[in-house]
Write a protein that binds this ligand. Structure first.
Ligand code: FAD
Length: 498
């Protein structure tokens, strides 16, 4: 179907990523006729969802819930895997602590309360899960122990997720209109009536009884990044899709929708300094470099500038991209020795990588492009010489193996860099998605600036404002997209029936 052959539907979903596909399936299962609009061509569909590694954070009381989701887990050596639990309370604690207690309590309640059900919903639609061994649990003394509440990933990551959801859309005969960019909401005095779109240079008006905005954040739009996140954010690399340009935010606010959430905040990580300007689906999320807790990070002045071992990477990685943005030249180098090689994720072994190796730190230092050689050697000497308690290194717990006496101490996992060969990775900031969104009710209705729901307008995914501030726990974005997508779809269908 193209905009020229479009026949009005009950629910028109803007976007074709995780939140959009789940909203469409949910509206369809609620009896509505549905179509999706995707600004990208078919081979680039699926937005940021297609770029994800598939981390999926949900509540579970023990291995029983995980087995219901991923039966293959029964074939593992369960005696030697401690999955622990991830209770609603733990999830709330993480959301509260990471957002500095700003996350909207009602939306957070919906997110957490619906998280396991959302995983089962995906399974029902054909998505497969696998335990996140080696990423969220390391093998120590022959045993794996999960530390971050994130027990499962989507098998095959975002590409499997998007392909499977689009197969479900196809089976349900829900059309996706590609290369179709929504840029204006059509509104009579009582409710939204559809959208105006561009398709191959022509403009069309597509009518519908309800519209779901599931068209992501504004991270791909350099002008909006600079305007809302601040100076130099136009220079950041974009980790994912080039298509999330903030149209959803703009067109909703043009008809009076209220902005909500942390508009000057974003999820940003350490990302290969020579990665392309936007994500490359053939590389996916592999430009990310998240194992800095096991090494040392230095800037152009050769100085350490943050506590690499403050917490597990899941709880610092989304904020530490911002710290790299504050450094001269907007880059840093991660430095490791060879003791921790087995802990490094696959991202450290891809062919397209900014990497240097050497047998001594003295040989390594001059290879770190842009870094003051003498200063970095002094920093590494001081780091190695700093006093440490006599406790064993253990990557599965906050081991307390911290330095003391440094201007910035590393508080966990601070082994000395003493085992050659040494290796270093050049990183800059990669922006993942923006935190600013629209004011959304727990029924996924978008509110206007007076607090009244805008008739016929719903939101799901990154466009929902109020969940993330300052920081983010890995694996939350996908689960939020499914949960609010399901709610938006069923409520949009109910609205269309009225
Ligand atoms: C590299 C990377 C790795 C990540 N890893 C994880 C992970 O492991 N786990 C996790 O939970 N989260 C992860 N995230 C975050 C996750 O991708 C997002 O939280 C989630 O995918 C957002 O889903 P969404 O449906 O809201 O947006 P998207 O998936 O970005 O979908 C937005 C859709 O809207 C379309 N669109 C945009 N504007 C328009 C318009 N005007 N008209 C029509 N269509 C439009 C886009 O083309 C796209 O199809 C990762 C992100 C990146 C970039």
């Amino acid at each position: 179907m193209t905009p020229a052959s479009y026949a009005p539907v009950d629910v028109l979903v803007i976007g074709a990523g995780n939140a959009a596909a789940n909203a469409a399936l949910s509206a369809h299962e609620s009896g509505a006729s549905v179509a999706l609009l995707e600004t990208a061509p078919e081979d680039a569909r699926g937005g940021n969802s297609a770029f994800t590694g598939g981390a999926f954070r949900f509540v579970y009381a023990g291995v029983k819930e995980l087995l219901a989701l991923a039966p293959d887990i029964s074939e593992l050596d369960l005696e030697n895997i401690d999955f622990g639990t991830y209770t609603e309370g733990q999830y709330f604690d993480d959301m509260g602590r990471l957002t500095e207690y700003r996350c909207d309590p009602d939306l957070t309640d919906v997110l957490i309360g619906g998280s396991y059900e959302s995983a089962l919903w995906l399974k029902k639609h054909g998505v497969k899960f696998q335990p996140a061994l080696g990423r969220q649990a390391f093998k120590v003394g022959g045993k794996f122990k999960f530390w971050g509440g994130l027990a499962c990933h989507i098998h095959g990551g975002g590409q499997h997720l998007v392909a499977t959801l689009h197969q479900a859309l196809l089976s349900a005969k829900i059309p996706v209109l590609y290369e179709t960019t929504a840029f204006q909401l059509l509104m009579d005095d009582a409710k939204v009536q559809g959208v105006k779109v561009r398709h191959r240079g022509r403009v069309y008006e597509l009518r519908a009884k309800a519209v779901v905005l599931a068209c992501g954040g504004f991270e791909s739009n350099a002008e909006m990044r600079t305007r809302y996140l601040g100076p130099n954010w136009d220079l950041a690399k974009v980790r994912g899709t080039r298509y999330n340009q903030g149209y959803g935010h703009k067109m909703a606010m043009d008809i009076g929708a209220a902005p909500s959430g942390h508009w000057s905040g974003a999820h940003a990580v350490q990302w290969d300094m020579n990665a392309p300007a936007f994500g490359d689906l053939s590389v996916g999320d592999q430009f990310q470099k998240h194992n800095y807790p096991f090494g040392v990070l230095v800037n152009a002045r050769g100085e350490r500038f943050l506590n690499e071992g403050k917490d597990f990477h899941s709880y610092t990685y989304a904020a530490y991209g911002h710290e790299v943005m504050k450094q001269p030249g907007l880059f840093a180098w991660q430095i490791f020795d060879s003791k921790i090689n087995d802990l490094l994720r696959s991202e450290y072994r891809i062919p397209r990588i900014t990497k240097e190796t050497a047998n001594t730190l003295e040989e390594l230092a001059p290879k770190l492009t842009g870094v003051d050689t003498a200063a970095v050697l002094e920093t590494l000497r001081a780091y190695n010489a700093a006093p440490r308690p006599d406790v064993p290194f253990n990557p599965n717990i906050h081991d307390g193996l911290g330095t003391s006496g440094l201007a910035i101490n590393k508080t966990n996992w601070a082994q000395k860099l003493d085992t050659p060969p040494f290796h270093a990775y050049g990183v800059t900031a990669g922006v993942t998605f923006t935190f600013g969104g629209l004011k959304t009710t727990t029924m996924a209705q978008i509110e206007d600036t007076t607090g009244a729901p805008i008739g016929g307008l719903f939101g799901a995914g990154e466009i929902v404002g109020g969940l993330y501030y300052h920081n983010y726990g890995s694996g939350t974005g996908l689960v939020a997209g499914v949960t609010f997508g399901r709610i938006a779809g069923s409520n949009a269908a109910a609205f269309a029936r009225q």
